[in-house]
Design a protein around this ligand. Structure first.
Ligand code: DGL
Length: 268
């Protein structure tokens, strides 16, 4: 069981932002990733649609014999984590919001003004606010949905004025009105525009849940005695649309090393 892969999934390429952190901290773990690039974005869709899509992906990964499921998507974590844990009680399922919330609660105090940005669904669910307050009720938290950012990122529109203007459209007022000094990137696509945000708002402290989730993965592997001891493997990355941006990101992460990339889609 311990040498089986860890199954990661996201609505698209955003969840890939967790992978370099995993490789750095747990290099012997084998990965199967599914990005639903054909149906992204999820963050403005109905909850019932997000659930149907997520169940299809989770079934696919479980049928591929994963030892653990990692929901590398804040939108799916907000809406489906508990349901997926009930549906697959035999494997650990890790969401992305709890580990980042713990990090925020441990790192900051009531003198900080903490902003959380994410998709409409994630922000409407108040999952971050409730989760962070459960660890530290004295923190000052503010949130803001930024729905246009994910489609731009999936299109690869990052290093240019359109992205900068879109970020400013959402964040200028939000940051000034509330005096935000700390920003939680509450969508796994956002680390891909971290440099833009840091350039536009150099004074902000940034929390990246794509990095923090590795702590929860380590914890689950440890308590379930599931650390891999077979470093000889190939990672597989599935997408429902093998877009250039998806393929390029995998090339950037893995360079020349051998990775399998494959197409997989589902009936609606
Ligand atoms: N990466 C997903 C998240 O973390 C993306 C959202 C989307 O598809 O809208 O919420």
């Amino acid at each position: 069981m311990k040498n089986k892969p860890i199954g990661f999934f996201d609505s698209g390429l955003g969840g890939l932002t967790c992978i370099p952190h995993l490789i750095q901290q747990l290099p012997d773990e084998r990965i199967i990733y599914f990005g639903d690039t054909a149906r992204t974005p999820y963050g403005s869709k109905a909850i019932s649609t997000i659930r149907n899509f997520s169940y299809q992906i989770a079934d696919f990964l479980v049928n591929n014999n994963v030892k653990m499921l990692v929901i590398a998507c804040n939108t799916i974590t907000s809406t489906c984590l508990k349901e997926l844990q009930i549906k697959y009680p035999h494997i650990p399922i890790v969401g992305i919001i709890d580990p980042a919330s713990k990090k925020v609660a441990e790192t900051f105090t009531s003198s900080n003004r903490i902003g959380i940005i994410g998709t409409k669904v994630t922000i409407n669910h108040k999952t971050y606010i409730n989760s962070i307050l459960s660890y530290n009720p004295s923190l000052k938290l503010y949130d803001k949905a930024c729905p246009i950012l994910v489609p731009l990122i999936e299109e690869g529109i990052i290093d240019n004025k359109i992205m900068d203007l879109s970020i400013k459209y959402y964040l200028d007022d939000f940051i000034n009105t509330h005096g935000i000094d700390t920003l939680v990137l509450g969508c796994t696509h956002y680390p891909l525009i971290r440099e833009n945000i840091e350039r536009l708002y150099p004074e902000l402290a940034i929390i990246d849940p794509s990095k923090e989730i590795i702590q929860s993965i380590k914890h689950e592997l440890s308590v379930n005695n599931l650390f891999s001891d077979d470093p000889d493997f190939k990672n597989t990355f599935y997408a429902s649309d093998l877009s250039d941006n998806f393929l390029n990101m995998i090339k950037t992460i893995f360079g020349g090393t051998q990775v399998e990339v494959a197409f997989k889609n589902f009936d609606l």
